[in-house]
Design a protein around this ligand. Structure first.
Ligand code: SF4
Length: 48
């Protein structure tokens, strides 16, 4: 199961959620996503 997502989340990769175990979540995994983890704090991430 692939979930489109563009959050700055550690699980987000090229616009898709790589966390595939959230099948129990309903249709809005973004703002309400309990798995969201901000990845913007890594110094080695290129700014977008
Ligand atoms: S875990 Fe949630 S916030 Fe993070 S990429 Fe997946 S759907 Fe988006």
């Amino acid at each position: 199961m692939i979930i489109p997502c563009s959050e700055k989340c550690i699980y987000e990769e090229e616009g898709l959620c790589t966390l595939t175990e959230i099948t129990h979540s309903s249709g809005t995994p973004l703002k309400d996503c309990p798995y969201y983890k901000e990845k913007g704090k890594k110094k080695d991430e290129a700014p977008q």
